[in-house]
Design a protein around this ligand. Sequence first.
Ligand code: MN
Length: 324
Amino acid sequence: MLEKMRIAIGLPGDATDEHLTLAKQFGCEGVVLATPARLPGEKRWEYEDLVRLREWVESFGLRIESIQNMPAHFIDPVRLALPNRDEQIENIQHIIRSMGQAGIPVLAYNWRPNQLYRTGRVPGRGGALVTAFDLEAAKDLPLSHGRIYTAEEMWANYEYFVKAVMPVAEQAGVRLALHPDDPPGPPIGGVARIFSSFEGFERAGRLANSPAWGLLLCTGCWSEMGGEANVLRGIQYFGPRNQIIYVHFRDVQGTGDHFNECFIGEGNFNVTRVLRALKEVGFTGCLIDDHVPHLAGDEGWAPRGRAYSTGYLMGLLRAVEDLS
Ligand SMILES: [Mn+2]
């Protein structure tokens, strides 16, 4: 039914009617909702609330492509193997089943208990504000979770998680989309960042060994990990396996230790080549914008930057479709 690459849009946790109206005006057919504030629940989300959320989105002629990220306190006990891990795994299983019943097909998550670290904002093209990261400025941050969490632990915790949730996701008809650590690289705040390389995702796929498992392929992060070659490597390996669930289409200038974000088309990779590669591997999910540059007058969710990025992606996709 949806066997076509398409452009959706990422909406913030406090999305309103106006965000959905804008999404429709931009020409999107679907939206990705980040940790929706409309979903109550201290430890989990409930079926009735998920149905209400889907109906609200559909009342604007749109569909929910994915819910992106649970509240950290739902999943940190699992990521860090805290005493209430098993309770939260049961709650996440409940969320997955409820999403399936409510007709919401994808739940995105990451394995990074820390915030998304950036070390500043710098002026990009024409003074638009973009985020920047410099490992030098981040390497001496204090422990974020009280102690060091090694890569071995983070892997063991991940394995425990996937063994518990993937069978439930398969049964529920929900796919779980794994986003990279951002930025990739050595531990920040003492927590190992195991999803910082091609090899990490390849290993995760083997561990999960499930059709419900896949990637939220963030081209920005994959570019941070190793530029265009790494983005193409990820697409060409995971695409034919049907393990790219959806895509964050953004880019950076620079890599790992030192980079800044930028407008689409100004970064490490050739956007046409990357979109063509997605088409060539038969990718049929959605692409969305991802932390866009803030244009003059932009605040919060940056509607001007969003409009620019989304329109750019729509034109690019149209050209790639028409010329292939
Ligand atoms: Mn991303």
